[in-house]
Design a protein around this ligand. Sequence first.
Ligand SMILES: [Zn+2]
Length: 222
Amino acid sequence: MTVVVLLGAPGAGKGTQAELLAERLGMPHVATGDLFRAAVRDGSPIGLEARRFMERGQLVPDDITIRMLLDRLDQQDATNGAILDGFPRNGAQATALDDALRERGDRVDLAVNIEVPVDELIRRMSGRWVCTDAGHVYNESTNPPRVPGVCDIDGSPLIQREDDRADTIRARLDLPLASLREVIDHYARAGVLRAVNGLQPIEAVADDVLAVVAGEPKRTDA
Ligand SMILES: [Zn+2]
């Protein structure tokens, strides 16, 4: 089986790319968040275990997450492999996943990092403005108002919420980016890291990811 780990910072478009890649390769997109929700919904023993932590607002321990992942990899549609999205999130998890896969004779075959510079991540995530009268939502890049700072519909002033401000987003990215760096370094040492340029349009990124997975790396060096 081919196990592909898709990596990218928040805002890099990782989820979208995982969906596209899964569709094109005919392999399941295994997102950790979906696994948790499915396990809890199905009331499986491991789902009940995970729920105990989630209900207390705690992180699900790595060993439970990994057992869920391995169960998922055992399902029929994952015979040829799977695309992992959302795990591992740090170096310790990457090591634990390696160990668990090795026990069953598997490995992470490829880790594909969708590279997007921090400033661009911030630009993508911080362009949200809402109008003060009715909460109409605008985005500087994808859906700008006709007149900057004014709602097209009711003419009320647009404001940016604290959460959507560039400095807030930059601070919020520090931790995930540091963790992502650990994971990237882990797979670089293992010799399975590839990078694609995440600044391109979605379809072009998907083409590059597919080319990398198909063994025709078009590298933009990490
Ligand atoms: Zn409005």
